[in-house]
Design a protein around this ligand. Structure first.
Ligand SMILES: [Zn+2]
Length: 319
């Protein structure tokens, strides 16, 4: 007898670890495994780890409809090629779908991880009832995915949706991409915590000091969130400011695309209502009048499992 005929496998390929989930057609995780990426040993080692995780989920006669993979960096979704993903050195261009099709004889779908997160929200999450939306992921980087009329918009080369590198100040702080004032250069976790760390000295009464044990290395978005919830004025201003900047970038997207529903996920989204309220206020302030009352900013639903569920949703979406 076979099990889970309608289930799918989702793979979240990262530089440190690879997470695998066996997921039902409704988006419930039935089993999970993970493997270290072994990235420093080169691409063949990473591919072996991918195969090993999938084999483990497929043991005991489990059968699945297909396998979806969310990968960082540039992905040619049509051809299933993952190109020079950051944090996976020496990778070059690898047709992951061909390799896995040969190994497992299943349909394989590969997508950039930010697009996979957007498709995940469309299939299983907060975007289920939306026709068009922008998905923003606030993590180490700031990712974006554009869904237009229930289809992911990839652009000519698959690079569309780089919301994180929209400039909100052309003289702003330098971003990793080489540009200045990108929204990622304010809201990316490392940029945000570095900014707070260098600013904290001027706010000596902030509760953050106690929460980080007077060690700046312990500073995380969660700590800032905790301090804000405890009424810390400086922490509240950090979150409000982050939300305001996010709203400015969102307003440009709304004006450009006439998309007014925005789903926000990722670690920094844990700032919660304060972030969402200030983002909505500044987006409304800057967007064209005709769109003003339509702007909706929603928290992502897939949260902690966004990687696995986003990857799994690729099979359902492409089916
Ligand atoms: Zn940038």
């Amino acid at each position: 007898m076979t099990k889970h005929d309608k289930a799918v496998i989702g793979i979240d390929l990262g530089g440190t670890s690879i997470k695998f989930g066996l997921v039902s057609a409704e988006g419930n995780i039935l089993a999970k495994v993970s493997r270290p990426s072994n990235a420093s040993q080169g691409p063949d080692a990473v591919i072996e780890q991918i195969k090993s995780g999938v084999h483990e989920l497929l043991k005991d006669d489990v059968r699945v409809k297909g396998i979806g993979i969310g990968a960082p960096g540039i992905v040619n979704a049509k051809k299933g090629i993952v190109e020079n993903p950051p944090n996976l050195p020496g990778w070059g261009k690898i047709c992951v779908s061909k390799i896995l099709e040969k190994e497992f004889d299943k349909k394989i779908f590969v997508e950039n991880d930010a697009n996979a997160a957007a498709i995940g929200e469309m299939v299983f999450g907060a975007g289920k009832d939306l026709t068009s939306f922008l998905m923003v992921t606030l993590g180490t980087g700031v990712g974006g995915g554009i869904v237009i009329k229930k289809k992911i918009f990839r652009g000519d080369s698959g690079a569309a949706g780089e919301f994180g590198h929209m400039t909100i100040d052309f003289n702003g702080p330098k971003c990793n991409c080489g540009s200045r004032g990108c929204i990622e250069a304010y809201l990316g976790i490392n940029y945000l915590t570095q900014h707070v760390a260098s600013d904290l000295g001027r706010h000596s009464s902030s509760k953050i000091f106690e929460l980080i044990d007077y060690n700046l290395d312990n500073l995380t978005p969660l700590i800032i969130s905790k301090a804000a919830k405890a009424g810390d004025e400086y922490a509240i201003s950090v979150i409000t400011d982050a939300g305001t900047k996010l709203g400015y970038a969102i307003s440009s997207v709304c004006n450009l695309l006439d998309i007014t529903s925005i789903i926000v996920g990722g670690g920094v989204a844990g700032f919660g209502q304060l972030l969402f309220d200030s983002a909505k206020a500044s987006a409304k302030e800057r967007v064209l009048k005709s769109l003003r009352d339509k702007i909706t900013i929603l928290p992502a639903k897939l949260s902690n499992e966004a990687g696995i569920l986003g990857a799994s949703s690729l099979v359902v979406y492409n089916d």
